[in-house]
Design a protein around this ligand. Structure first.
Ligand SMILES: Cc1cc2nc3c(=O)[nH]c(=O)nc-3n(C[C@H](O)[C@H](O)[C@H](O)COP(=O)(O)O)c2cc1C
Length: 346
């Protein structure tokens, strides 16, 4: 685990406004993820000041890794190859272990300004941007690309893979939907199998992997064993461990206690950006968890009314006290994990 050289088995799929350094730090401490990626940094026509890169990726101050040692690639988004290459070279000089390029963002403002998924309409643009970044970086710094199957149709899916492969990307993450499909299920994993034909570079499948059974369905349809996990990992922070255990044929083993996780998350976000932000992030996290877990749904129903840090802190303290009697969320899938997470009896 934790290498920036070879392709990762399990990578974090970046999520703007969700997977900031605080959450990366906590997920990395639980483990199971080989590589992480920052939220996208938008590049226009200029070299960005260093503080922007450090804000998106404070891990640069510690060698481009989380404290637990997971490498963090910096993701750039933009359509102009010159500035993209210049910014990539700068962020590599600041210590990024790799650069990821965002060719998948569906946001209208981003696409209007020639970035993200807009480039999928002309696969040669993916080639130009990837090639320019590759040429601007030392050989040992990998460049990776995150794509969708197309913009408003899937006809170019093979050209999209060919473009980033021929431009020298080290791997490609395919979010198996078009831009037009946004986040609408299902993910069309079977297209990844077609994109792979004749390609040199490793593929990671992405989209709609919420549990181990989704992982198996995705691997079967795509013919790819490597994955990038986004919302599924936020919803279930042990998911990477569970999938890794399946791939390696071992029993999942991890240390995860939901209330402790939330308490640390809240304390870190409070210290980082203050009360309003910390309260909002706690609610956001519980909303993700609530979608899959009845206990978390009850917690969210209460937490969504909070406006102050003290309410959140009192709430978490009270839940911790209660948890000594009641089952915690996340009924684990494996016997080892069961003992790690077993509810304690009064
Ligand atoms: C709130 C949110 C923010 C996202 N931000 C980014 C981003 O900054 N860069 C990127 O490449 N993809 C971004 N994505 C897309 C995810 O990385 C991923 O491709 C998508 O959510 C599908 O994977 P999942 O089903 O595992 O979540 C974002 C998705 C969501 C839901």
């Amino acid at each position: 685990m934790h290498s920036s050289a070879g392709p990762p088995l399990i990578q974090l799929a970046p999520m703007e406004g969700v997977l900031d350094w605080v959450l990366r730090e906590q997920l990395s401490a639980i483990g199971g993820v080989d590589r992480m990626v920052t939220e996208f940094v938008r590049v226009t026509d200029k070299l960005l000041p260093d503080h922007v890169f450090r804000r998106y990726c404070p891990e640069l101050e510690q060698g481009g890794k989380t404290r637990a040692g997971t490498p963090v690639f910096v993701q750039l988004l933009g359509g102009q190859s010159g500035p993209m290459a210049e910014n990539a070279a700068r962020v590599a000089a600041l210590g990024a272990p790799g650069i990821d390029i965002n060719f998948g963002c569906p946001a209208k403002t981003v696409n209007r300004h020639d970035g993200g998924a807009a480039l999928l309409q002309k696969p040669e643009r993916l080639y130009e941007v990837t090639k320019a970044i590759r040429a601007a970086l030392p050989a040992e710094i990998p460049v990776t690309a995150k794509v969708r199957l197309g913009f408003d149709h899937k006809e170019f899916h093979r050209e999209i893979a060919a473009a980033v492969d021929e431009a020298g990307a080290s791997h490609i993450v395919v979010h198996a939907r078009t831009k037009k499909e946004m986040y609408q299920p299902p993910a069309h994993w079977e297209y990844i199998a077609r994109m792979k034909v004749g390609r040199r570079l490793p593929f990671l499948a992405n989209g709609e992997i919420w549990g181990v059974s989704d992982y198996h369905a995705c691997a079967l349809a795509s013919g790819v064993e490597r994955v990038a996990l986004g919302r599924g990992l936020v919803r279930r922070p042990t998911l990477a461990h569970e999938i890794r255990a399946e791939i390696l044929g071992v029993t999942a083993s991890y240390d995860f206690e939901p209330l402790q996780f939330l308490t640390e998350f809240f304390a870190s976000t409070l210290a980082y950006r203050g009360e309003a932000y910390a309260v909002a992030r706690l609610k956001q996290m519980l909303r993700y968890w609530a979608a899959a877990d009845a206990t978390a749904a009850l917690w969210f129903a209460q937490a969504k009314l909070f406006t102050q840090a003290t309410q959140a802190q009192d709430f978490l303290r009270e839940r911790i006290r209660e948890s000594k009697c009641l089952p915690l969320p996340f009924t684990p899938a494996s016997p080892t994990a069961l003992s790690a997470n077993a509810p304690r009896l009064c």
